[in-house]
Design a protein. Structure first.
Length: 313
């Protein structure tokens, strides 16, 4: 058996058992992929995939166990490569960050600016997506680190560490009637059209649950994945915005006024996701600590070994 066979098995699963697409992803031929997998099955003495004719359909029961071993082996191979690169060049290389729009726009800039001062030779890439996409990019080695509020804590393949807490804020144009209130209630918000995040983003689940518990149906007229989009339509007078407080700054957002609503929707936790068992370049630890000073290298290494599974802020 060899690493090529392992990569073919993994990619076949990633491509939803389409060997043609797996071959394209690995820049080889479909017959070559099929033959290599069959040879591996013959060597192991079990079928990895169920088939209908010549088409691969799904994993067999032993195939699921084999896939888990294949994933671990290939991850160790990647770790070996990174170790060599790390010791060859401690202060240069590539760092890919997967983040939601809000985190990329409002949480990362300060940390990135300081990081670049310390590691000017490191090339940074920021990939944006939904919390689920962020998690999958880290799981599939497309990103070294993921940052999001929702979803990433529920993947067993990832180490999810708390980064910082935040609350929601209601934003509205100057002169809005709600600004006369000292404290906002859910009933107050339910009287006006609302503009907020799509279901998968930035604590939207908590917003929905809060209204549901009070038997209120909010009039959400517009949903977005980007806080700047929400603020734009609030400025146009279309409704009251509900967004992450890290995305609102009174000095910058001069045409809007904000009122805290954390007492209505609770506390949210932004998390950092790392792949279980992954080898991290030394500068990755630095970036994580810049984002959350409590996350020291020692703590992160313990978490990657499974020693701090329930670590919280």
């Amino acid at each position: 058996m060899n690493l090529h066979q392992f990569r073919f098995v993994r990619e076949a699963v990633r491509q939803n058992f389409n060997l043609t697409e797996a071959a394209k992803a690995l820049y080889t031929s479909q017959p070559g992929v099929s033959k290599a997998i069959i040879e591996l099955e013959d060597e192991l003495g079990v079928e990895i995939f169920t088939r209908h004719g010549k088409r691969v359909r799904s994993l067999t029961e032993p195939g699921r166990i084999i896939l888990a071993s294949v994933e671990r082996i290939l991850q160790e191979v990647e770790s070996l490569k990174r170790v060599g690169k790390d010791f060859a060049a401690q202060d240069q290389g590539n760092l890919v960050i997967a983040a939601t729009h809000t985190q990329a726009r409002y949480s990362l800039p300060g940390a990135i600016a300081e990081f670049k001062k310390r590691f000017p030779k490191v090339h940074l890439s920021i990939l944006q997506g939904s919390p689920t996409q962020v998690a999958e990019m880290v799981m599939h080695d497309q990103a070294d680190i993921g940052i999001a509020t929702e979803a990433i804590g529920s993947y067993k393949e990832l180490v999810s560490l708390p980064c910082f807490q935040w609350h929601h804020v209601a934003v509205m144009p100057e002169g809005h009637p709600l600004l006369e209130r000292k404290t906002l209630s859910l009933e107050d918000l339910a009287q006006y059209p609302l503009i907020t995040y799509e279901a998968a983003f930035a604590g939207r689940t908590k917003i929905n649950e809060a209204f549901h518990r009070r038997n209120l149906t909010p009039d959400v007229i517009l949903e977005a994945i980007d806080a700047d989009v929400i603020k734009t339509y609030v400025e146009l007078g279309l409704g009251v915005g509900i967004l992450a407080d890290i995305a609102f700054n009174g000095d910058r957002d001069k045409h809007l006024r904000g009122m805290p609503v954390g007492h209505l929707f609770g506390t949210n936790l932004t998390r950092i996701a790392l792949k279980q068992g992954a080898y991290l370049r030394s500068y990755v630890y630095t970036l994580v600590e810049l984002l959350s000073p409590t996350l020291t290298r020692k703590l992160i290494e313990q978490a990657l070994k499974g020693e701090h599974e329930n670590y919280e802020l």
